[in-house]
Design a protein around this ligand. Structure first.
Ligand SMILES: Nc1ncnc2c1ncn2[C@@H]1O[C@H](COP(=O)(O)OP(=O)(O)O)[C@@H](O)[C@H]1O
Ligand SMILES: [Mg+2]
Length: 319
């Protein structure tokens, strides 16, 4: 955390601020359209979107790898164009594509990387970093000798070599084995606890559901939703009530047709879908009408839409 962060108002404590950002690639393809986004200090922000939505473009612009079109981006109050040197020291990026200096050793790579950001050497920090990433045993190995998973660990070590306050992870778990995935999320949690802001893109929505504080959904270059994860799930998720019946039935009785109930194959379970936002869920009325129809149940459970289901809905409707 920055020493001056206490002076800031917590509610307006933006670490990344993107205003009216457009990006058109050479050749005329518009990859980003009027993006406004604020990432708060210390949060885990997940940027979700289908392939080609513009996630990597947005991240690459903030990290100074791709030129922005119109609009402004600030990192910790510093403009990414005017103060590019400063903003880059604040940021660490684990890119989507594996790219490393194959002939260097792991140790030299992370040490050199730290130096590139103008940080004084700190071998104790780098040693701990490599240990945390299970890379310490491999410190003298040349990168080209490492497995794909180990190379990815090196990318993470490089991104953290200069102790950034903001870490970007672009599709961090695409094609990654279970062990690395687990280590990576443990690391992300530790970093967050130490005050680092994490921005990750993924199309494994389950991970966002587990990890993120807030979620942004991007589709065809437009940011269509930015919301607290829990609020998003409550607002947009439909809920289902399931009833396990005492006796199977052949069909839903006439008196209950208005509820739009689904009867499962065996006839011993019915599902009722309701909107969590509406004033009345209809559950009380349903239970009353079931009793009136002489239908008894032995168990009842509710289920909420996953973030994945909400995401699919959002992107299908799209802008
Ligand atoms: N260098 C480039 N030149 C032209 N078009 C590009 C370039 N990079 C990405 N694009 C296009 O921009 C769109 C968004 O790409 P990208 O940001 O990589 O999406 P995502 O990371 O969400 O999959 C895609 O349609 C992609 O083909
Ligand atoms: Mg991408």
């Amino acid at each position: 955390m920055h020493s001056d962060s206490t002076a800031r108002d917590a509610t307006t404590d933006a670490v990344i601020d993107v205003r009216g950002l457009d990006k058109t690639y050479e050749g005329g393809f518009q990859a980003l359209k009027g993006i406004d986004l604020t990432v708060r200090r210390g949060e885990i922000f997940a940027l979700l979107g289908p392939n080609g939505a513009g996630k990597t473009t947005l991240i690459s612009i903030i990290c100074g790898i791709v030129n922005p079109g119109s609009g402004t981006v600030t990192v910790d109050g510093h403009d990414i164009i005017r103060d590019w040197r400063k903003t880059r020291t604040i940021i660490g990026l684990v890119p989507q594509e594996l790219k490393t200096d194959a002939f260097e050793t792991v140790w030299n790579t992370v040490r050199f990387s730290r130096g590139l950001f103008g940080k004084a050497p700190d071998d104790a920090y780098l040693e701990q970093l490599l240990k945390d990433l299970s890379l310490w045993d491999k410190r003298d190995a040349k990168i080209l000798m490492l497995s794909g998973g180990m190379k990815r660990r090196v990318m993470i070590a490089k991104a953290l070599s200069h102790q950034p306050n903001v870490l970007f992870l672009d599709e961090p778990t695409a094609g990654v084995d279970v062990e690395l995935r687990r280590d990576m999320w443990a690391m992300v949690r530790r970093l967050r606890e130490s005050g680092v802001t994490i921005i990750l893109t993924t199309h494994y929505i389950e991970e966002a559901e587990d990890m993120a504080d807030r979620v942004g959904v991007i589709n065809k270059g437009e940011l269509i939703v930015v919301e607290d994860k829990t609020a998003l799930m409550q607002k947009l998720g439909k809920k289902q009530l399931r009833l396990q019946l005492h006796e199977p039935m052949a069909s839903v009785p006439e008196s209950l047709t208005d509820y739009g109930l689904e009867l499962n194959g065996k006839g011993d379970e019915i599902t009722y879908s309701y909107d969590t936002q509406s004033e009345r869920t209809g559950i009380t009325a349903l239970l009353r009408d079931l009793a009136a129809a002489g239908i008894g149940f032995k168990d009842l459970s509710t289920r909420q839409d996953t973030l994945e289901q909400i995401f699919v809905e959002l992107v299908r409707e799209g802008p």
